[in-house]
Design a protein around this ligand. Sequence first.
Ligand code: GLU
Length: 297
Amino acid sequence: MDLGAGRYAPSPTGDLHVGNLRTAVLAWLFARSTGRRFLLRIEDLDASRVRPGMAARQLADLTALGMTFDGIPVVQSQRDEAYQAALAAIADRTYECYCTRREIAEAASAPHGVQHYPGTCRNLSDAERVERRRTRSPALRLRADGARQTVHDLLHGDVSGTVEDFVVRRNDGVAAYNLAVVVDDAASGVDQVVRGDDLLPAAINQAYLASVLGAAPPTYAHVPLAVNADGRRLAKRDGAVTVPDLAAVGVDAMAVLALIAKSLGLPAPRRLADLLSSFDPDALPREPWVFPGNRTR
Ligand code: GLU
């Protein structure tokens, strides 16, 4: 019997830091503690931000912590056919949008595509579309008609929101993140999505798109992010925060795992699987994890 799957889906744009690794550990624990398979997906559709060799480094760091994955990783840049098929299936529910990011004010602060789109291109006439196409190739947006969607989150409970007319195909023809995630999760049997809570708003759109595509939306667990001593999202500039950098200052992978376990209120394990017996989703901290840090400058 297939008990479903969880996954970790990093973008290979830089080394994973302890906050990312903590999210990965949580995703692994949620999946394995419920008998699910655990998959790795490489989210490399944003070619301008992808760094060569980074996916392999990320996998090495995850493996160093003792993480195990089922099957071979799904690589989004190799899945265009599946995305185009999904776009074809929803063609009567999408419309062309010619707006630039700049024109959509909020886009800049929403890296994962949750934009409060003002509806500029929703009801253009054929003539207007012909005109706009001359100056810019269009993205495609899903026509959501202000639908309401509820997602079930293991940490946040039932969360409801209004679905945006979000971008499903970028204006360079490549599938948008929000479409690729949904298509891939459905195709790989992912029924449990554990990731950072910055993506909770995106879940409303993604769950809606899953239903439109005839897939059951997954159960979510959006976990708190790691922050630095100033309360800002942890980043590379916060000192030694990656596995290689921490190793260089004498903190090996098992010590990183112990640190992550401590942040989750769990005893230091000898190996990752030891955490399974003490893992309790209901007892997880709900606040951001303040990484103690080791800034030397
Ligand atoms: N690739 C996204 C990230 O690195 C995660 C997307 C997801 O888990 O759905 O933030």
